[in-house]
Structure formats: structure tokens, C-alpha cells
Ligand binder design. Sequence first.
Ligand SMILES: *Cc1c(COP(=O)(O)O)cnc(C)c1O
Length: 379
Amino acid sequence: MDTDPSIPLAPSLHPAAVYRIPDLDTLDAIYSGAVPGFIYARDGHPNAAELNAAVVAMEGAAWGTVTGSGMAALSAGLLGLLSAGDRVLASDKLYGRTTKLLKHEFARLGVTTTFVDVNDLDAVQQELSSGSYRVLMAETISNPLCRVADLPDLAAVAHAYGCRLFVDNTFATPLLCRPLDLGADLVMESLTKVIGGHSDLTLGWVGGNDPELTERVTGGVPTWGLAADPFDCWLALRGLPTLELRATTAHRNALAVADWLADRSEVSRVIYPGRPDHPDHALAARQFPTGFGTMLCFELADRDAVNRFLRAAGDAIPFAPSLGHATTTCSHPDTTSHRFEPAEAKRVAGITPGLVRLSVGCENRAKTLKGLAAGLDGV
Ligand SMILES: *Cc1c(COP(=O)(O)O)cnc(C)c1O
């Protein structure tokens, strides 16, 4: 036989948009699932399948699908769960685009959304009891103030009213929290962030355990055109072996950075679930046994102070309005993620012009602190 016994150690990239099938019987067998195989990349390809299998395992899911972005994963989940006339009860602290998706896009399709403080279980229960909601939508850790949602409580109250719990786990990642284990019906990740980890790909994932939802969610992905690019999947696969190393180091760094910042005179407030002064510290300690995440915020006097901090920190702590990069970056919620929200609402929520959000990375901690010190010395 001329079979080559050597197998590439690194994942192979399969950019093909279409696959050659030897005959009709094989085509039928692939369609029926009797033999493995791919036909058309929008319906599935080896790189998405390999990445999906890895994320399914990390989440403890029975099924899932990789999508072209985190927003595509949210769209796939919501399009699968909802029909015209349905109602959504959503956290009032969702990622801005998710709020926009519900408020503007789904509203046009006849789906109405009510927003609620998911940290107020009584308010959630009261709202659920007052109307027939199809979906309760929450984030495990919110942006930017890192409020933690009590997922077992939310799942219990949602299920008591016949409602599904859909969780955006992007800030937590499955290393910190597996929402499906805690009662969520559907979970999504923006793989663009911590899981991708290198700011060089745009992908999402959505999955669950309930077989009733499998076809409704995954079947819509090729039809709505939400499929993932093979090269991005290949990049994500390349990063996965170091995910746990990156994330656990970043969790430790974040806790140390938060405590270090709290001692600086330029900083009036530090927001991190790992600190006892965070409103959800006890819940976070219970729900996230392995750490408190990579995201934290600190507050400077005003916008001018933030400008001076960014200029003085320079390359050491890049101002880059995303998160989950392998090394530490910072963002400014008031002018980026929450830019178009009314100023009054932002101030009430605690998003001030002096608030800086850090996405802590896994680089040498002394280097991070040196960069932050340079920034703060410039304030
Ligand atoms: C970035 C992000 C998304 C959207 O993911 P994309 O990959 O950018 O489409 C959704 N939810 C949260 C919490 C995010 O941070």
C-alpha cells in the first residue's frame, strides 16, 4: 500500500469552498450522515468541525456550531429560539450590539424585548410572571462593570415560567464557568476574544444540550449565511492548546493588577469581581471556582486624566477597544462600547468619563505593572 502513515501534528487548513464527491451513493451517504464528509463550505468544513468539537467539549455541550462572529452566534441562537410575536426578557447590561440586535433588528421581525436588571432576581421573577416570555438573555459577566449573573437562580426562575435561558459567556469563557452545567439552555461565546486570544480572527460559537434545539439553532446557520471562515477556524485551533495557560495566568495577573491599582492615589475606584469590595464577590467566588476573569475597571478623575494615562502608557498598555488579547490592553467604555448611550444613563450605571477598562493578559506581570505605572505617573 502507498498510504502515508505520517500525520501532520498541526491542524491542516482546508480553504476549499466545495468538495468533489465520487458518486451519487456517496453523496447520499454524506447527506444522511452514514459516512463523514463535507459538500459545501457554507454548510460545514473540516476546520469548523474540528474547532466546534473542541468548544463543545470545553462547554460540556451535547452539540454546537461555529459561526462567523460572536454576533452571528447570537443571531443563530435567537433566530432558532424565536418567532414573530415572541417576547424576550433581556439583561439591561448586555453587550451594546446585542441590545441593538434585540431592540432594532428583532423588533422589526415582530419580537419584542423588555430589559431588566438580572442582578435583581425579584424583578426578573415579577417580569416573567407578568407575561409569556420565550427567552431570558443574560451575560455571565457584564461589560464593563463586571456584574456577575447568578446563572442557577436565573435558570430556575426562567424554567418555572416555561422560558429558555440563553447566556453570553464571552467574558467568563468555559474555563471560568460552564453555563450549561448551571442550567442554561443555550450558551454562546465570541471566539474573537479570550478564546481566540490573539486579536487576529472573528468567530463565534453557540451550543446547548437540549436535542429539541439542535436543528433549530444549527440548521439555521447555513441558511441565514452565518458560517465561519476556514482560516479563522484554523487560527482559533492554533491558539486552543495555550488557552488554559493564557487564561489562568491572566486570571492571576488580573487579581494582582486590581489590588495594585487600588493602592494608587490616582485611582479612585477599582472594579473586579475578585476583590471583596465588588458587589458580586461572594457569588463570583461560588460560581467561578478557578478565578475571577481577565476584565477589570479602574477610575481616574476625568476624561483628561484618561488621555494623559493613554499617552503615557503608550505601547506598554495599548488602547484597543476589544478584549481577550494575549497581552494587556485597555479601553474606554464611555467613548467606545457605550459611546451612543445617553450620558445620563451612563452616569447612573457608573460608566463615567474617567473609567478605564483593562483586559489583562498573560505577559510577565512586572511588565504589566511597569506599563500601568508609567501611565499613572503621567496622569
Ligand atoms: C465581542 C462580544 C460579542 C460579539 O462578538 P463578535 O465576535 O465581535 O461578533 C458579544 N458579546 C460580548 C460580551 C462581546 O464582548
